[in-house]
Design a protein around this ligand. Structure first.
Ligand SMILES: Nc1nc2c(ncn2[C@@H]2O[C@H](COP(=O)(O)OP(=O)(O)OP(=O)(O)O)[C@@H](O)[C@H]2O)c(=O)[nH]1
Ligand SMILES: [Mg+2]
Length: 460
């Protein structure tokens, strides 16, 4: 695939105070470009590849920084192209000066994700691996890291290639017989059908692992909602085991939404504390602030994957609880019957009347009773009984492609088993194979690549 050549350059480490900063150059002529500024025992382009060389970066008059530099030959670098890395001192100053010199020397600033895009275009990695790079960079938990790392090592790609291989040989067999349908006996049809069906089952198994990986990658956003004083902020603090949100016995304490991330069993859970849902607020003074808060709470529900409705079991349910419940049930929701340390005035059927919740648990934000079960309920609501250690990093695009492929294989298997229209089954299987190869980026459009790589940061 052709791509915009030339040497690109960027700082590959995060900007900020740090021990070192790494500047990356990639493209034909990177080492020669670095030679203009690198002062070592020899020009960098004559040094042994993949070996760190001590030297200075100089602007011609002054030494800008003492650095370690390394060159990579085409075919053995991150991008697959000739590349150079310069490790200068961290912080903004040295990196910015060095980068500026390389630009002056003819490099152009790299676009977001352009190094990884070049690695893909040079064929060093496929698209599933390229997307896994972002998963590794962004991993918040060990489980997330492991699932991305597996995909980056090529495990996902290998599974997809194996499925493609099975489909391709099945297609070849079908095509060889397509012009002689009368010669094909029942046993052969059954054989074709079995292979199509088994390949679909294997695709579904991979899809399951990818769904886990996608959930780990995306994390889950949980809006904590309920009437004022139900104990939402207290529950957020209890789940985080930290005093993040202000808690008082004054109803209406929380005015604004507050996000905090909790990692539970490898799943990143973003908890969103919200203002208590009031039925009506005065149209002036503090009431105005509160009604804005309520509006934000409703928006938090819209932006959430899951809601946690908090009710106070020590006092009777009110219209506000029912209104909050209705709002929460816009999404899959868990009911936390809070203040279980106090005497409950709520019977089971009263809680049931609040609606259909994924799970209902008694908790106490004060004693911590039931809080871990609540975290488990959140985990199970999104991941069921899946184990994060089986997760395979995937994006929505990949999950979609696997779903479509499995559906097509299922249709093909059914046709082979009933109507025996081999040509129809063949074209369905061919389409399924195309969905599988789209996972690896075969024939990916420039627009899709732009969309994927623009999510990366500069220098990746
Ligand atoms: N006994 C008991 N008190 C609790 C519990 N959870 C919260 N509280 C108390 O209930 C009061 C309100 O708690 P908050 O966490 O501020 O309630 P909230 O739902 O965030 O309230 P708003 O922000 O006003 O909507 C505080 O006095 C808490 O100490 C609990 O599990 N047991
Ligand atoms: Mg609060």
């Amino acid at each position: 695939m052709p791509f915009d050549g030339g040497v690109i350059a960027a700082v590959a480490t995060a900007w900020g105070e740090a021990a070192i900063a790494i500047i990356r150059l990639s493209g034909e002529g990177s080492a020669a470009l670095a030679d203009n500024f690198f002062r070592g025992a020899r020009p960098l382009s004559l040094e042994t590849p993949r070996r760190m060389i001590l030297g200075n970066i100089s602007d011609g008059a002054d030494v800008v920084d003492q650095v370690l530099a390394v060159r990579f030959e085409r075919g053995s670098s991150y991008t697959g192209e000739e590349s150079v890395e310069v490790h200068c001192h961290g912080g903004m100053g040295a990196a910015r000066r060095c980068l500026g010199l390389f630009m002056k020397g003819g490099a152009r600033p790299a676009l977001p994700g352009e190094f990884t895009k070049r690695a893909f275009l040079s064929g060093r990695i496929d698209l599933a691996q390229a997307e896994a790079v972002l998963g590794v960079i962004r991993a918040r938990s060990d489980a997330e890291l492991a699932s991305s790392s597996r995909a980056l090592q090529g495990e996902l790609s290998a599974c997809v290639r194996k499925l493609s291989g099975r489909l391709t040989s099945l297609l070849a067999e079908i095509e060889a017989r397509i012009d002689f349908p009368d010669d094909v006996d029942g046993a052969e049809y059954a054989g074709f059908k079995t292979v199509a069906y088994e390949t679909k089952e294997k695709t579904l198994a991979l899809l399951e692992r990818c769904r886990v990986g996608m959930t780990l990658r995306n994390g889950v956003r949980v809006a904590i909602v309920g009437r004022p004083n139900a104990g939402k902020s207290s529950l957020l603090n209890a789940m985080l085991e930290s005093d993040r949100a202000i808690v008082t016995n004054i109803p209406g304490t929380t005015r604004d939404t507050l996000d905090a991330v909790l990692i539970h069993r490898g799943l990143a859970v973003t908890l969103v504390d919200t203002a208590g849902l009031r039925e009506s607020t005065p149209a002036s003074g503090a009431g105005v602030i509160e009604s804005i808060g309520v509006e934000r709470s409703l928006n938090a529900i819209k932006g959430a994957d899951l809601c946690l409705l908090v009710v106070d079991v020590s006092s009777p349910l009110t219209g506000e609880d029912f209104a909050a419940s209705e709002a929460a049930l816009e999404k899959p929701a868990i009911l936390a019957a809070n203040k279980s340390d106090l005497r409950s005035v709520l019977a089971d059927d009263e809680l049931e009347a609040l609606g259909n919740f994924t799970a209902r648990l008694g908790v106490s934000a004060i004693t911590g009773a039931g809080v871990n079960d609540l975290k488990n309920a959140v985990f199970e609501a999104v991941l069921g009984l899946a184990s994060p250690s089986d997760g395979m990093m995937a994006t929505g695009r990949m999950v979609n492609a696997l779903e479509e492929a499995a559906k097509l294989m299922d249709d093909a298997a059914r046709i082979l088993g009933t109507s025996r229209c081999m040509d129809v089954a063949g074209s369905l299987l061919l389409e399924a194979a195309e969905f599988l190869s789209s996972l690896l980026g075969t024939d990916a459009s420039e627009a899709l690549l732009d969309e994927i790589f623009s999510a990366f940061c500069i220098g990746k």
